[in-house]
Design a protein around this ligand. Structure first.
Ligand code: SF4
Length: 288
């Protein structure tokens, strides 16, 4: 680790010179109008696009079936752990037909590192059987069909649609929900209501990349328990600035993955990823 800070993290430190949105609002004491919030949200999205031009799904996959399986496995664990597990899984069960015919105990052993491996095995065999029997072994490309597969909810379906089929989708996971509430884009808690409200703010064409940018920011900077406010490149637009560490030096130490000089989550990241690839299973990750 111990690398020089990336251009992005330098930018992060510099960007905090501007006064945070929370401070500006306290001064005027005027509630933000809907129009002002929408403008601020769109500006935040543009600035996040500058910070994370390389934002991408953090699961390794080569086709829709692999992405579907990896997304099911990602429940209650890190994408890194899934990425470290799937090479062996897809070597043993490359197609839905192979996975549908798996001996459950053998499949459980392969996916054990991802946790909840009995329930996940049931889902994988169930969804592979459904793909084999109902969809000719192909992953369907619609939300309506995807959510009928065992273990596949709306969030998983949107991940698959957005990233394997280029159908715009908002992925409301734990990071997405936490950040959009901190940013006062919505006060909804229910993921479906969050999705509906955010869909009103942004054009469809932005949905997939917006989701990646928000999730990238949640994993690297705006953490659940210790947000790195003092090193946050969009602090000047954030009404929750100060919820986390504001000292720039201390905040920099909280940054993760490429922002902190650590490896990323993918063993095979896209070519434009500025960080290092994740290590294979069994290697200490450092930033997990
Ligand atoms: S890290 Fe702090 S300033 Fe940045 S988005 Fe999160 S709460 Fe706001």
């Amino acid at each position: 680790m111990g690398e020089q800070p990336s251009a992005k993290s330098k930018k992060a430190t510099k960007a905090t010179d501007e006064k945070p949105a929370s401070a500006k609002r306290t001064k005027t004491a005027k509630p933000e109008s809907r129009l002002a919030m929408v403008r601020r949200a769109r500006r935040m999205n543009r600035e996040l696009a500058d910070v994370y031009p390389y934002a991408h799904p953090e699961l390794d996959f080569r086709d829709p079936f692999e992405l579907l399986v990896a997304t099911v496995l990602s429940a209650q664990t890190t994408d890194l752990r899934v990425n470290q597990t799937t090479p062996a899984l897809f070597a043993k069960y490359p197609t839905p037909e192979d996975m549908a015919a798996a001996v459950p105990e053998e499949l459980e052993e392969v996916i054990r590192p991802t946790g909840f491996f009995r329930a996940k095995t049931r889902s994988l065999i169930g969804l592979s059987t459904a793909l084999r029997d109902r969809y000719d072994g192909e992953v369907p490309g619609t939300l309506k069909d995807l959510v009928t597969l065992p273990g596949v909810g709306r969030k998983t379906a949107n991940v698959v649609l957005g990233n394997a089929f280029d159908v715009p989708g908002l992925t409301v996971d734990t990071h997405f929900g936490r950040l959009v509430r901190r940013w006062k884009w919505t006060d909804q808690e229910d993921p479906e209501k969050v999705e509906a409200e955010i869909a009103e703010i942004f054009p469809k064409s932005e949905w997939t990349m917006l989701s990646h940018r928000i999730i990238f920011h949640g994993r690297r900077v705006c953490h659940s328990r210790k947000p790195a406010c003092g090193a946050c490149p969009i602090a000047h637009l954030c009404p929750s600035y100060g919820e986390g560490e504001t000292d720039p030096e201390k905040a920099k130490k909280l940054l993760k993955y490429e922002m902190g000089g650590y490896p990323g989550q993918r063993l095979s990241p896209p070519p434009d990823y500025p960080g290092k690839p994740a290590p294979p299973l069994g290697t200490p990750a450092g930033a997990e």
